[in-house]
Ligand binder design. Sequence first.
Ligand SMILES: *[C@@H]1O[C@H](CO)[C@@H](O)[C@H](O)[C@H]1NC(C)=O
Ligand SMILES: *[C@@H]1O[C@H](CO)[C@@H](O)[C@H](O)[C@H]1NC(C)=O
Ligand SMILES: *[C@@H]1O[C@H](CO)[C@@H](O)[C@H](O)[C@H]1NC(C)=O
Length: 705
Amino acid sequence: MVLCLPKPKTMFTAKPSPLGAFVLVLILCIMGFYSVNHPHSFSPSLTSHNASYFRDIFLSSSSNSTIASYLRDLTVHPHLAGTKLGSDTARYVLNHFRDLGLQTDTVNYKALLSYPLHSSISAHFSDGSCSEFPLGEMVRSNHVDQDVVSPYHAYSPSGSAYAKAVFVNYGRDEDYRALEKLGVNVSGCIVIARKGGGLPRGAVVEKAEAYGAVAVLIYVDGDGFGKGFERGNVMRGIGDPLTPGWAGVDGGESLDLEDSEVLKRFPKIPSMPLSAEIGETILHSLVGTEVPQEWKSSLGSNVRLTHVGPGPTLLNFTYQGEKKVRTIENVFAVIKGSEEPDRFVLLGNHRDAWTYGAVDPSSGTAALLDIARRFSLLLHIGWSPRRTVILCSWDAEEFGMIGSTEWVEQNLVNLGSKAVAYLNVDCAVQGSGFFAGATPQLDDLILEVTEKVRDPDAEGATLNENWAADDGNSNILRLSGLDSDFAPFVQHAGVPSIDLYYGKDFPVYHTAFDSYNWMTQYGDPLFQRHVAVAGVWGLLALHLADDPILPFHYHSYVDQLQAYRNGLSNILDQSTSLQPLTTAIQDFASAVKEFDDESNALRLQEAADCFVHSKKRALNDRLMLTEKGFLDPDGLRERNWFKHLVFGPPSDRESKMDFFPGVADSIAWSARSSEKEAQAAIQHEIWKVARAIRRAASALRGELM
Ligand SMILES: *[C@@H]1O[C@H](CO)[C@@H](O)[C@H](O)[C@H]1NC(C)=O
Ligand SMILES: *[C@@H]1O[C@H](CO)[C@@H](O)[C@H](O)[C@H]1NC(C)=O
Ligand SMILES: *[C@@H]1O[C@H](CO)[C@@H](O)[C@H](O)[C@H]1NC(C)=O
């Protein structure tokens, strides 16, 4: 079909109102422009002048009903990675991108995944009675959906245990110490832990194993439904365990399953999720030692839980699973940049889910698909981004960020030198309250963009008004966690990144109740929070793709480093000198000041001539390279995949220190060595961070010493 559009030049000179833009969009929709196969037939030189026009159109073309329909389609079936139904969603996303006329790509890997075969749990109570517990949720008409994977912990070893049950609270070291004080030894027992002490699932299993438990059962208390089983993986580290540090391409090197590098990633004792209902039934039957005083306040109303055991209840637990190499599929849509095609702005979300995954992650996938729809619309009315925009749909995130990690490992050099930023959304909406995490140079951009997006939960307010009001500054979180696909980008490749979501701790997390129905009843009945996340996500991408000078502002990095330095001075005693850190941060602060003066002058100049253009590009390169300064090519001690010295998880998952992971490790390990050695190790790590900060300063200055 041939389309007559108004001549771009005349169309873009007048500043259109959002209403005008909306009408235009409506007209274009009615004209059926989706069938046009050549979206790039407009003059690229228009883009930089009209970037704000395209942002307005992007905002006014939001639609809760399209997002809702994508979510419904994505959640008809469960879509676990490595399964036929999982693969069907890859096709769905790919077809959506194609139908919009976008260039697409699929990149597959072979990865070691893990599935359950058979499991059972029964209890033998002291009164002689016995019960076999049903494992799995009754979602529809009182039967377990055969397509929903039965409850399990991916990468748990197969095994069985017949032993006394003992309650260990959250399964933290302090919990085991409280038990030891009361003379409770969990060795040889089946440990029952509740989720919530801040420990990742795998760390709960790891600690139980260290204390001699023979198996671990984890339930979620306070779960509104009481009947959900929280699936999840219990692997250490991230990425395919058979290809640690490199990509699992077909025909490439792959370690043997028995290789010690592979085995060290898995726990040695079996584990399983329990529903709150089953967990509490078992716990209420325990006698033996009374619940430690210090746990009581957090147990709240659960007054029937009075004793921790061990026993007399005996549990008979069997788990049989299999680890299988399966194909995983990352799907991409690529919008080539017109002026700087070799600079990439990446928007990513994982697609695989434990069950129906309405919240996790399909709310994010639905938002990504709607951004694709709106970007395609912009292309049809003449948008041609300055830089290349890539929409990424990752597979096998639930097994340990495998799809994204393999891709980052495969593309490390190109991403390291050409990726402008990675914008992640996992669970777009799990409830109320907006959250954003970022590497600090992106703070200002997030604040700016949230001023443009309507707050779905406060009539007449912008998102920024309620979210950023608290301390006048912002509540932006940092990306030291290992809980979504930003981890390989930040912690391995040093790509400036953002993570966005609504709400936290939703009760149906990783259970079969995470369905479209739950979303329409509780999570986001009108899909307006989805619209808000998609709005922020897309606007961030448009700025990063189109702003002639990248919207990076390193003064927030200086403030953040300063705050971390102060945090460290509260933890460490006088014997460690923070002077290297202090002066490195001062040096970085003055580099930021010099850069701002230089770039402010240049920001005002139109990019008309080549000279200004190449000067701006040189400034942008410095802005991009600065983040790389924080990487150490050798990586962290004993886990060198982690390269970032400012952001990364501490080895000891109970450590409260969620910054300077190398320093955090040296502090945690100080108990292992003599005082003198410990102090030297901590001081060495502080020097390493100081050198990293100076590398960043030097990258921002862009000159040789
Ligand atoms: C717990 O019991 C095991 C096995 O009986 C024993 O090896 C271990 O030392 C005990 N731990 C403590 C802290 O007493
Ligand atoms: C434990 O359960 C398994 C599997 O259901 C069964 O074969 C075994 O006999 C049980 N063991 C005991 C001691 O009840
Ligand atoms: C979209 O939002 C409007 C206005 O809030 C609401 O009336 C409508 O029901 C929503 N649509 C969906 C699919 O939730």
